[in-house]
Design a protein around this ligand. Structure first.
Ligand code: PNS
Length: 166
């Protein structure tokens, strides 16, 4: 049986921290689906299409990684696709409470949903999509934070853009 994992997130935009988790998940599972998902608590700066395309640009050379999007419950997506694991990155203890709650809720909704936490690498501990958006908005250097393939697109799209809340 193939082991399919889902890496869900807003990916608004994908960062080097996300990419590190995706790369490592791709060595642990037969197939990894990077899933652009809807987080009702956040207002996105990029459209779903833009986020999917940026991810595709940076994962297209990984043989067992695909990109998809979903505007419903993650648990239902797992049921539908036969995926058995949700892979999330943990940066610090502050991430844990929220992620722990979601892991339990997802397993309650679908008992085949197992959440696997990967610890971030030390250099990515501070990194988040919000940090990237704030720096890009003010014209700062984001080259150490996002994959090179999508660097220019993010900068041009966010510089003094009305789309982002500071
Ligand atoms: O990158 P984020 O915003 O922290 O990711 C959170 C996300 C999108 C994975 C989460 O909000 C999610 O799974 N949304 C889909 C709807 C759902 O299933 N919610 C969780 C039930 S506990």
């Amino acid at each position: 049986m193939k082991r399919i994992a889902v890496c869900p997130g807003s990916f608004d935009p994908i960062t080097l921290g996300h990419l590190d988790i995706i790369n490592r998940a791709s060595t642990l599972f037969d197939k990894v689906i990077v899933l652009v998902s809807f987080n009702a608590a956040k207002k996105a700066a990029f459209t779903v299409g833009e986020r999917v395309e940026m991810i595709y640009d940076v994962v297209k050379d990984l043989d067992n990684v695909v990109v998809d999007c979903n505007d419903g419950l993650l648990a239902d997506y797992l049921k539908r696709t036969g995926a058995t694991a949700i892979v999330k990155g943990l940066r610090a203890v502050s991430d844990f409470e929220y992620e722990f709650q979601m892991a339990l809720a997802n397993r309650k909704l679908y008992d085949g949903a197992e959440t696997v936490f990967l610890t971030t690498t030390g250099e990515n501990m501070f990194l988040s999509s919000s940090v990237v958006k704030q720096i890009a908005y003010f014209g700062g250097d984001i080259s150490g934070f996002v994959p090179p393939q999508i660097h220019d697109f993010i900068k041009s799209r966010l510089l003094k853009s009305d789309d982002i809340k500071i």
